[in-house]
Design a protein around this ligand. Structure first.
Ligand code: FMN
Length: 394
């Protein structure tokens, strides 16, 4: 396992030497990257001697001629740890800047990121640093909170780099988390469906696909292979996911039947239209002064059909129900052959459709429903998978 240890320009940079050794003892090959400011406190020679690996400081350094080190290191890393992380580096990571070797590696990497801030308490309490940490956390970075105490500048407050034991534990935790769904194939339906009325109009709903995208990202963070079947949405799915775009409920079912054959877990997060127009008018329905009525016919129940078609898969349905009645939800669960139903209150504008936040209520075959609390959709998705894994173990 390879850990890239990024060290930025904090007085606590000297602590990174011991942290490198702790990570090596925990089984990592440690590759260190220093920012320019970090080199005012510690030197590459120190880390090269301790780790037996090259220590990078400059974006254009190439320990192996002809190989771009920032890409090699990013691809090969199992985890990136920035400790100590200065206010400056935290803000740059959050903005996605790539103006030195450390931020370039971090931006190019897909592995988990652990950030251990160390700074003056006023800097740590600043809106900018808070917002940047929230941004990083919303992308599933693990923040190892600094402790409270006397800091080097003589002030007292929160800003002292966490202990090396806490940082190493967080690193091991995120690496272990990446194995939870290793070897599993997860199929996720996402977004709305559009059911054509004529060539220019359709029936649809307000689903944005953000929850489906968060589920896809979370499943990847936990180590799964991810397939998404998505209705028309603007949201982006993780690049490593296999994404099939569809328009109607019929197309969604057809794609899922094709792609879900070896799925271990199927999650129906799409807001599939229950009905579609009985006929599709070619061209455009013309205006008239007379009322018209639209005849609707039921769409296939995508999630129930998938559960029937793939009995070996654990199938989980989403339900847009604010307060799921336990008995009703359980009856639905049994009727559709599901392992669990996840209810969410799409009527609440602070969460649900198009919001970046959500609150999930998980209803399973036994016990009381449990709530995720209001969190980012990615955190909700991680919360959900961590609870689904024991239910879906074969
Ligand atoms: C003696 C000294 C100690 C510093 N300690 C910290 C620190 O603990 N945390 C921090 O955010 N900045 C600290 N700074 C300021 C950073 O070094 C400065 O913001 C620098 O631009 C950070 O660059 P980097 O993030 O690329 O490493 C310190 C500066 C000096 C001169």
């Amino acid at each position: 396992m390879i850990a890239v240890l990024g060290v930025s320009g904090s007085i606590a940079a000297y602590r990174a030497a011991d942290l490198a050794r702790d990570l090596m003892r925990a089984g990592f090959t440690v590759r260190v990257c220093l920012t320019d400011a970090a080199q005012k406190f510690v030197t590459p020679v120190l880390f090269e001697t301790l780790t037996g690996q090259p220590c990078l400081t400059d974006t254009f350094e190439e320990p192996q001629t002809g190989r771009m080190a920032h890409i090699d290191w990013a691809r090969q890393a199992d985890v990136i740890v920035v400790a100590p992380a200065t206010a400056n580096t935290i803000n740059r990571l959050a903005q996605g800047l790539a103006d030195d070797m450390l931020t370039t590696i971090a931006l190019a990497a897909t592995c988990p990121l652990v950030v251990a801030p160390a700074m003056n308490p006023q800097m740590y309490a600043s809106d900018q640093v808070r917002r940047s940490m929230e941004t990083l956390a919303s992308r599933a970075a693990m923040i190892v909170q600094p402790s409270e105490g006397d800091v080097a500048c003589g002030e007292h407050g929160q800003g002292k780099l966490a202990s090396n034991a806490e940082i190493a534990t967080a690193v091991l935790g995120v690496v272990e988390r990446g194995k939870i769904l290793a070897g599993k194939h997860i199929l996720i339906t996402s977004g709305p469906t559009q059911e054509p009325i004529d060539d220019v109009r359709y029936l649809s709903n307000r689903s944005s696909g953000k929850m489906g995208a968060a589920l896809a990202r979370a499943a990847q963070i936990l180590g799964a292979r991810v397939t998404v079947v998505s209705g028309p949405v603007k949201v982006s799915y993780p690049l490593q996911a296999e994404v099939t775009r569809v328009q109607t409920a019929d197309q969604m079912l057809e794609a899922c039947l094709l792609l879900g054959k070896d799925a271990d877990i199927i999650i129906g997060a799409a807001a599939v239209a229950d009905y579609r127009p009985a006929s599709h008018v070619a061209g455009k329905l013309r205006r008239s002064s007379e009322p018209i009525s639209l005849e609707l016919v039921p769409n296939p129940d995508v999630i129930a059909s998938l559960s029937e078609a793939f009995p070996a898969a654990a199938v989980i349905g989403f339900a847009a129900e604010p307060n799921p009645e336990l008995e009703v939800a359980r009856a639905k669960l049994v009727r559709k052959g599901l392992v669990a139903i996840v209810a969410n209150d799409v009527g609440n504008t602070a969460i649900g459709f198009d919001s970046d936040q959500n609150e999930l209520i998980l209803v399973t075959k036994v016990g009381e429903p449990i709530s995720s609390g209001v969190q980012s959709k990615l955190s909700c998705a991680l919360w959900l998978f961590e609870r689904l894994v024991p239910l879906t173990a074969d």
